[in-house]
Design a protein around this ligand. Structure first.
Ligand code: FAD
Length: 804
């Protein structure tokens, strides 16, 4: 085996092979894929081979679209039979909410060009004459769902990768990986050592062990999953058309025709088990299946037999009980590993046959070019941190497995693994009726149930709508307080701190006491992160980013320090919590708690400093995401309760109210504040996102040349702010936007502006549709609603309230 390669991939399942092929397509062919057994001998060989196109998440839909498209072509490209055929699929809706979900998915399908129809029970029975439709309201008929033989498809892909120059080393276990002082990796294998610039961990159920060699935690559980194959079904023998894959929430199962037999897969919704008793499999595991455990899936099987009586007569011929890695949010782990440059993950996928080729291609783009063409945030392994310990991962992953066929409606909070991270204020707020939601492990206030009501989970405006309206009113008319513990916070110090930050960020660093909103861009000029930067002293900066950016930003900042550069980066995330005090009476309130002059001449908008509030040392920043006079108070965790109590006591005569993230979203939409991860992603530059006011081209920063190039050429897509003629549901993101009947864009986020009574949204649209006043349409829960491009925020466009 060669002793050097640009990339070593550990694992020859569908993920590893897809990465090898993806890299080769992107131009990196000096790749060695190392597999301890035969290719696909982990989880891939025994997979049921279904590749659905019913996908609610826009990014994952692109992943699936890429895979299905490639599978359809593989046989023609290689001459290897792959068994691919577009079997189609039908998923049942048993209630109105599931039907609403279909309509959302139909929008994603329209964006992707997937063929999907919502059909009634009669039509379902026409398509599959063997199924009963008791209790079924409708079916989502996705005609582009496919089936592929996993091993054959992987062999065909590996043939293509080898043809382009990649090397595959089989029956060769990787024994360990060391980081060399040069930054390269020494990969030790049964067949000798190999030095590599990059390592990709595609080790499937073993990925945690492989990551651990480099001190990285990898979050998934190896769930046991079973499907059964029936004996021949005589009714299938005489037919020349295959029934589609049926996906049935009532039976929590999928079932389909497997040649002339039936294949039934079950996602049991309780008592789930992990393979190898929750441990990493032994290295000897190869083509391993577990003993059948029919008792665990019997109730579901009975339901399937009720639905498809023809299966009942066929008997069970074979049971496949294998392991699938499931992550705490069911998204795969694809992207950079935390803390170790050039170590990448391509693992953690519960439906890896359907997702492998897409994941492999987009990861390859990220590795080779710095950015993928799709928004990688939802798959980024760095979305988990230390909080995601084994107990957390197991609790969440099992729950995700149970819910594979249950619709989790918007608004529903699932208790597993929570609270993972909370501040000393948690119980105080909970006692006041705070309903929390989780972000990067943190418990964050979502809304306050003052009368004990519980939120109805739905895609439509619900029983919390009026509560959120009241919280918004408090902020707009009086004063609101909200704890947002989830900022990622860093200190950047040193004589070279300013020059360093000016190089990393596209905005210029402010004078002492000033605050800027700044974006770090990739070399391609696309968004890497968004940070609020306060200059506390000539050589001292305080940085705040979104919660989920925590590990990403640390990697970015630490990786950007030049040898010998006088810059120190400290992670302050766990030191502080944040209390946001905002509203026209916020100054009045804080004046009662501080001796510092907080009048506008002394403490203007976009400035910050260290002040005492109720005797507690706080970094007070005059900024916020709600568009009102107000301050963010960043205080040591230990003082959170005392400060909150003092604020509440001082605020009561002023009509203070608690508010949460629902209200914050409404308020920020009215101010047209964009969100990192939704509007500002690795897919776009500040030119498309219309954030050039935060980019100062008069200094040198990473990505400047790329931004200038887009400016010179003109952007092909543009972010627009829209007023929407909505009914009782607002834009959530991922809905198609139409002009003259054709899809010309996609929404990124939205919500209802309670203070203005307007439904609002952001969307990326193709050139020619961005001018204010342009009339567009958005598909909202299946209805085409008109929308108009707005010229400016609907609330306080001149920022007079912020400057007050
Ligand atoms: C019963 C069942 C049915 C399924 N049905 C479907 C389906 O219909 N559709 C779908 O999309 N998905 C399905 N899946 C899921 C799918 O099988 C997995 O998501 C997918 O195979 C994961 O691929 P992978 O490449 O990540 O892992 P694997 O296929 O497990 O590949 C990892 C490889 O890494 C190798 N390896 C590990 N450590 C080392 C080392 N140290 N040195 C060298 N090699 C190493 C292993 O030997 C293994 O071959 C099913 C799973 C099960 C269990």
């Amino acid at each position: 085996m060669q002793s050097q390669a640009r990339v070593v991939i550990v694992g020859g399942g569908v993920m590893g092979i897809s990465v090898a092929y993806g890299l080769a397509l992107e131009g990196w062919t000096d790749t060695v894929l190392i597999e301890k057994g035969e290719l696909t001998s982990g989880s891939t060989w025994h997979a049921a081979g279904q590749c659905p196109s019913f996908i609610a998440n826009y990014t994952l839909a692109k992943v699936h679209a890429y895979s299905n498209d490639l599978y359809a072509k593989l046989e023609g490209m290689t001459g290897e039979a792959t068994g691919w055929h577009a079997s189609g699929g039908i998923r049942f809706a048993m209630n109105q909410m599931e039907l609403d979900h279909f309509k959302r998915v139909e929008g994603v399908a329209a964006l992707m060009g997937f063929r999907m129809q919502v059909v009634g029970p009669e039509e379902i029975r026409r398509i599959n004459p063997f199924v009963t439709t008791e209790g079924v309201l409708a079916g989502a008929w996705t005609l582009d769902d496919g089936y592929v033989d996993p091993s054959s498809a992987c062999n065909a892909m590996s043939k293509l990768a080898r043809g382009l120059g990649a090397t595959i080393s089989r029956h060769n276990r990787v024994l360990g990986i060391d980081r060399l002082p040069t930054g390269a990796f020494l990969v030790r294998t049964e067949q000798g050592d190999i030095t590599a610039e990059h390592v990709v961990n595609a080790a499937g159920c073993y990925a945690d062990k492989v990551s651990a060699w480099l001190g990285v935690s990898t979050q998934f559980a190896n769930m046991k999953h079973q499907y059964v194959v029936t004996g021949p079904v005589k009714e299938f023998v005489s037919r020349d058309t295959e029934i589609p894959v049926m996906r049935d929430p009532w039976a929590s199962s999928y079932y389909r025709q497997e040649q002339t037999s039936g294949l039934i897969g079950i996602y049991e919704d309780h008592d789930t088990e992990e393979g190898w008793a929750g441990q990493t499999p032994p290295w000897e595991s190869d083509h391993e299946l577990f003993e059948p455990q029919l008792d665990r899936i019997l109730p579901n099987l009975e339901r399937v037999m009720e639905r498809m009586p023809v299966f009942a007569e066929a008997g069970i011929k074979r049971v496949v009980n294998g392991a699938i890695s499931h992550t705490p949010d069911s998204n795969p782990l694809v992207g950079p590993a935390p803390g170790v440059r050039n170590f990448w993950l391509a693992t953690g996928t519960g439906i890896g046959i359907a997702q492998g080729p897409g994941c492999g291609r987009f990861l390859a783009q990220q590795m080779v070019h710095g950015d993928a063409e799709v928004n990688m945030l939802g798959m980024d392994p760095r979305r988990y941190g230390d909080f995601a310990d084994k107990a957390y991962v197991q609790a969440k992953s099992h729950r995700e497995y149970w819910d594979m066929y249950r619709l989790v409606p918007p608004g529903e909070e699932r208790p597993e693994g929570r609270p993972a991270k909370s501040t000393p204020l948690y119980s105080r707020l909970a006692a006041k009726g705070c309903v929390f939601t989780e972000g990067f492990g943190w418990e964050r206030p979502k809304w306050f149930s003052l009368d004990g009501r519980e939120e109805e989970g739905t895609f439509r405006r619900n029983n919390v709508f009026e509560v959120v309206a009241a919280e918004c009113r408090a902020v707009r008319e009086r004063v609101g307080v909200m704890e947002l513990p989830s900022f990622a916070a860093y200190g950047v110090h040193g004589a070279a701190a300013e020059a360093f930050l000016n190089r990393v960020y596209a905005n210029r660093m402010p004078r002492v006491g000033g605050i800027v909103l700044a974006h770090a861009l990739s070399a391609n000029g696309r968004f890497a992160t968004e940070t609020t930067i306060t200059r506390l002293a000539a050589d001292r900066f305080f940085l705040l980013s979104g919660a989920v950016a925590h590990q990403r930003d640390l990697d970015l900042l630490r990786g950007a320090v030049l040898p010998g550069e006088d810059v120190a980066i400290t992670d302050r995330t766990m030191d502080f919590t944040t209390l946001i005090v905002a509203g026209p009476r916020s100054r009045d309130l804080l004046t009662r708690l501080t001796t510092t002059d907080i009048s506008t001449p002394a403490f203007p908008w976009l400035t910050g400093r260290e002040v005492g509030v109720a005797g507690i040392p706080a970094k007070a920043l005059r900024v916020n995401y709600v568009g009102e006079l107000g301050w963010e108070l960043h205080v040591p965790m230990a003082h959170a309760v005392a400060l909150y109590d003092a604020i509440w006591a001082a605020g009561e005569p002023l009509g203070i109210a608690d508010f949460g993230l629902y209200a914050m979203n409404s308020l920020r939409m009215e101010k047209a504040y964009k969100g990192w991860g939704a509007e500002l992603t690795n897919e776009v530059t500040p030119v498309e996102a219309d954030t050039m006011r935060f980019v100062k081209l008069d200094h040198d920063f990473t990505g400047r040349a790329a931004v200038e190039a887009v400016l010179a050429e003109g952007a092909a897509t543009h972010l627009v702010y829209l007023g929407v003629d909505a009914l009782d549901f607002d834009v959530a993101g991922g809905e198609p936007v139409f002009a003259d009947g054709a899809v010309i864009g996609v929404t990124t986020s939205g919500g209802y502006g309670h203070s203005t009574g307007r439904s609002l949204a952001f969307a990326y649209v193709s050139s020619g549709h961005q001018a204010p006043g342009t009339a567009l349409e958005i598909a909202l829960l299946g209805e085409r609603r008109s929308a108009t491009v707005l010229a400016e925020p609907v609330w306080d466009p001149a920022n007079t309230r912020l400057r007050a």
